[in-house]
Structures are given as structure tokens and as C-alpha cells.
Design a protein around this ligand. Structure first.
Ligand code: FPP
Length: 249
């Protein structure tokens, strides 16, 4: 039986986040430039998005470019930005056909103009879609996001719109760039690295973490379904005991 056939469609995570890793190594193994890995990584983005739609995952967040990635060689950064612009432009019709809504989180004002324009256009163009929300983390880091949220909350406290005693988990969540979407229940990281790398530190508090050796350009639909199945076979306790969980079922 395929992994997909074994998935319990009544227990699919609402939100899956992915750290897409291993493009460079995959390309180097093939004797190619790193950019070749990123280009092939776009196919895996399509595969995961399609897989998410097929089983009813409502939100898919992809770590496409971190704040730290700006430190890569200029040639690679330029190629990644170019790939993003081209991919967004060429995929927007398909996003609409499949009712995918595009969103972005991160310091997107740092992206090149062409990239910001392509992104804003595609976000506007897909805003009424309802099947899956594709949330791209671009120029994103969790510490940047939390710092910005704290600054905004502090400003609101200063002008007395918020009392310090009103600052709670819900309010903090609402000031993050994911304020309008639920926290991920599952984080997938490819390529054998077992770090969170400054990604959604607040939102991943209770997420299940799934690490696979598969390099991102080789991560296809069945790999996505395998991760979902692995998630479904875990017991999520949120600090409770196993007995408390089974009593409530
Ligand atoms: C990590 O591999 C991958 C990235 C930093 C970029 C991911 C980008 C894409 C898959 C293409 C564009 C995406 C979209 C959403 C259109 P790495 O370069 O860190 O690999 P390495 O660890 O082997 O060096």
C-alpha cells in the first residue's frame, strides 16, 4: 500500500512547515553548480504543494530564504531571487487553477524590487483562493520576527493602547507575521540536518519534528505522505499523560 493510502484523512495536520535543505549538496553530488539544485528544488515545491492539497493540509509554510542566506555569495543570492521571480510568474495561473492562496512572511522589503513586485502581484491575484495557503518565508528569521513584534507591542504600551498585564500568549501570537494562521503541527526538514535554524521558534512550540536524509530536490509527493504518516503515528500529549489523552478520545 502506498503511504498516501495509509493516511487517516480525519487526522491530517492543518499546517505543515518545511525547511527545504540540501539543494546545494544535491547539485554538487551531480557535479553541477549549486543553483542547479535550487532550480530542481522548485519541482519539489510543486510536489509538496500538490500533496498537501490532495490530503487537505490547509497551510504549507516553506522556508525559501532566511535572513542568514543574504550572506551567501552574491551570484547565488541573485540566482535565487531570479528563480523566485520567474517561478512566481510562471506558476500563478496554476495556483489559481488549484485554488492556492499565496502569502509571504519575512522582511520582504529587503528583497529586490522585481521580486517584491512579483510577490505582491501574485498575492493579490490569488487572495480569494481557499483550498491551500502557500506561505513563503522570505528574508525571514524567527528572531527578527519576534524583535519586530516586541517593538510593536512596546509602542502600543507606550501610547497606552495595551496594558502590560494584557500581554499574553494570544496577543504575542497576533503580532507575529503568522498572526492570521494556526501554528504548524508538523515541521519537516530535509537533508539530514537536525536544527531549527531560526525558523518559527514561537510557532513550533508543540510541533512534531520530522527529519529525513532525503535532499530537497529528491523530496517528492510520497516523501511528503510518508512524513504525514509518521506524524499520525505519534502521540501528541501537550504535556499531559498518555492516560489523560486516551480518556479524552
Ligand atoms: C536550501 O538548500 C535551500 C534554499 C536556501 C533555497 C530554497 C529555494 C528553492 C527550493 C527554490 C525556490 C523556491 C520557491 C518557493 C519558488 P541549501 O542551498 O542550503 O543546500 P545545502 O545545505 O546542500 O548547501
Amino acid at each position: 500500500m502506498s503511504y498516501k493510502d495509509q493516511i487517516d484523512l480525519t487526522k491530517v495536520p492543518q499546517h505543515v512547515a518545511i525547511i527545504m535543505d540540501g539543494n546545494g549538496r544535491w547539485a554538487q553530488q551531480k557535479g553541477e553548480e549549486r543553483v542547479f539544485g535550487h532550480i530542481n528544488g522548485v519541482d519539489s515545491v510543486r510536489e509538496s504543494l500538490t500533496a498537501a492539497g490532495e490530503i487537505g493540509v490547509k497551510y504549507l509554510t516553506l522556508y525559501a530564504f532566511s535572513t542568514e542566506n543574504w550572506n551567501r555569495p552574491k551570484q547565488e543570492v541573485d540566482a535565487l531571487m531570479d528563480l523566485l521571480v520567474k517561478t512566481i510568474a510562471s506558476e500563478v495561473d496554476k495556483l489559481n487553477e488549484n485554488s492556492v492562496k499565496l502569502q509571504a512572511i519575512g522582511d520582504t522589503g529587503n528583497l529586490p524590487e522585481s521580486c517584491q513586485e512579483a510577490l505582491a502581484g501574485a498575492i493579490e491575484n490569488t487572495k480569494n483562493n481557499t483550498r491551500v495557503t502557500l506561505n513563503l518565508a522570505l528574508s525571514y528569521s524567527s528572531k527578527w520576527e519576534m524583535t519586530k513584534a516586541i517593538q510593536e507591542i512596546a509602542n502600543q504600551v507606550k501610547v497606552k493602547n495595551i496594558l502590560p498585564s494584557e500581554i499574553n500568549e494570544e496577543l504575542i501570537s497576533s503580532y507575529l507575521s503568522t498572526g492570521n494562521i494556526p501554528d504548524p503541527e508538523l515541521l519537516i526538514r530535509t537533508s539530514g540536518e537536525t536544527r531549527i535554524s531560526n525558523f518559527m521558534l514561537w510557532q513550533l512550540a508543540y510541533a512534531e519534528l520530522y527529519f529525513t536524509e532525503t535532499l530537497w530536490p529528491e523530496f517528492k509527493k510520497e516523501n511528503f505522505f510518508e512524513a504525514i504518516l509518521n506524524y499520525q503515528n505519534r502521540e501528541r500529549r501537550f504535556g499531559k499523560t498518555s492516560e489523560q489523552i486516551s480518556e479524552n478520545e
